[in-house]
Design a protein around this ligand. Sequence first.
Ligand code: ADP
Ligand code: MG
Length: 687
Amino acid sequence: MNTASPMTALKGIGEKTAALFHRVGVDTVGELLSYYPRTYDIYEKPVTFANLEMDRVQAVAGFVHRAPDTKKMNRLTVTTLTLEEFGAYLHLSWYNMPFLRGSLLPGGTYIFRGRVQKKKGRLVMEQPEIYTPGDYEKIQGTMQPVYALTAGLSNKTVTKAVHQVLEEPSLAPEYLPEHIRVEQELAEYNFAIHSIHFPISRDALLPARKRLVFDEFFLFILALRQMKEQTEGEKNECPIRAGEWTEHLLQSLPYALTGAQQRVWQEIQSDLSGETVMNRLVQGDVGSGKTVVAVLALLAAAENGYQGALMAPTEVLARQHAQSVAQLLENCGLEEKVETVLLTGSMTAKEKREAYARIESGEAKLVIGTHALIQEKVQFHRLGLVVTDEQHRFGVRQRETLADKGQHPHVLVMSATPIPRTLAIIVYGDLDVSVIDEMPVGRLPIKNCVVDESWRPNAYRFLEKEAAAGRQAYVICPMVEENPELEIENVVDYTKKLQENLNPSITIEYLHGKMKPAQKNEIMERFAAGEIQILVSTTVIEVGVNVPNATVMMVENAERFGLAQLHQLRGRVGRGKYQSYCIFISGTDNKDTRKRLEILNKSNDGFYIASEDLKLRGPGDLFGVRQSGLLEFKIGDIFTDARILQEASEEAAKLKRQDPDLELPEHQALKKRLLKYRDEGLRRMSL
Ligand code: ADP
Ligand code: MG
């Protein structure tokens, strides 16, 4: 067995389980090693009811007086049990587990472990785990890994597989040169890998995590530098000069570009016509108007006889881009000259074939689609420019795949991730950075409020009022941790509840991640067309969606989201001329949570929010809600781990000065690891 072995090389893992691992992105033994726990369960000593803390996972010992009740609610079976201790009550409930009635026997004492909450003045624990006192004693005091899962894949299965791999120490050999480990005071790799999965204590976890975060940043930076060396000074084989077409577009816009948009457009133009090929990142907060800048560049490419591709991370976004591009082209009378092809997963095989043919022949000037589709299957006739929206890593790596196909187009990456300049220089080390740091004029600042659940009826009246005025709203439902099925129930039930509570003339529909792309598209299109007034959704709408008529973003259980994520959600409103509102409903009166949410209340500036959040949480909060989800690091977080990022960057620079091509004997293991890192990245990208 080696790190490249398939999962089926492990005992007890057959094709079926391997397919489940594949769904969470683990195909090889090596990938399993770096499938780090999402968090850890600490099995603390059971506490008395009087000592329970809200919103924390805790264990209690409970005596079962009588068998649990089971009743049907909507499509759920709910099993409930009430515990009593010195006159205090704790209400337990489980969903779709009617068999519990038979296993929680009256007269028995059990340990129940779960998150304690106060609901309608009662202490409740939903979906608690159940142990016999003897079983609990065995795990009490330990930290157990909690992995991200998918339906059918249990935490136990992952845990067992990891255990099996860790028994083979040769699989996690040290590859960092001794001098770097000493200089940075980094733990040994084998220890780090063991401890991140099965820490013997919190004290062992910290150095393990630090080591792995360092590795992740270090490899990333080295790979970026290599890529930069390869592309730097690469000749511009697709010289593009903006001409009449872009002028037509600018004149037909119902607005004038902001100063920042103009400046960035200038920067792009000089790249496109310059000596060397463009590698540029356009960074701009949500709603700053990145799309039109990208379309200008694509149009310039088309006018110069090149094809352009616009890639989006999701099908919904790709469709939306296709629609806004079609509108822009129509406004300036170029819809016939610039033939556009949309390429998405829900198209039929026949439609796809036709699209591919038109792209290959060069008939299609502009290709809009999801990353994977464009990247993998398409042969371009004469590709001159690739724009990727909202997903940085793709931008970094796609150069290599495109180069493999003999193409050397300009690359433009668009991102809304708010990160400070000093970090941007490291993380986007291979790119030139342009910043759109100005919002379109006439935007009214979004009005925010953070409220508790008792305010919900007012929020509902407010939704009605906005709908009556012709506006639209998003309502984000709470996520249900680790239970996709419950999450759907939740969205469906919540929608029903809204329909019952609001004026029946208001059309309310829902959207969730498990819906088929075609279904999602239909809902999104009807929402964009104004046929749906209120869209209830999970966070699937988080990135990029643009419906300027939507003026309310209401988020239930706002405390469960990261601030950066809430900021992204908020970015879905305030995109048009109407006053927009954000209502963050907090399901807890926990003081720290309120304080965190208040940051959103104070500012609409993504960068400020991220840095304030960091200050408040402090670097000790290692496994809190991650901030920079868009950057796709597995364990490192560019905000909380900014210092490690900085050190990794300096160390990489030093190494490159000392041994530019990693030829010294002490750097061979690292060189090998780096090659593997780049391979893995490429493979992941084409999934
Ligand atoms: P993002 O940067 O988040 O991708 P979009 O490009 O989707 O933002 O733009 C958001 C909205 O702002 C769109 O409806 C777009 O038409 C509009 N917009 C873009 N630039 C301007 C401008 N200079 N003035 C007014 N509205 C603009
Ligand atoms: Mg956008």
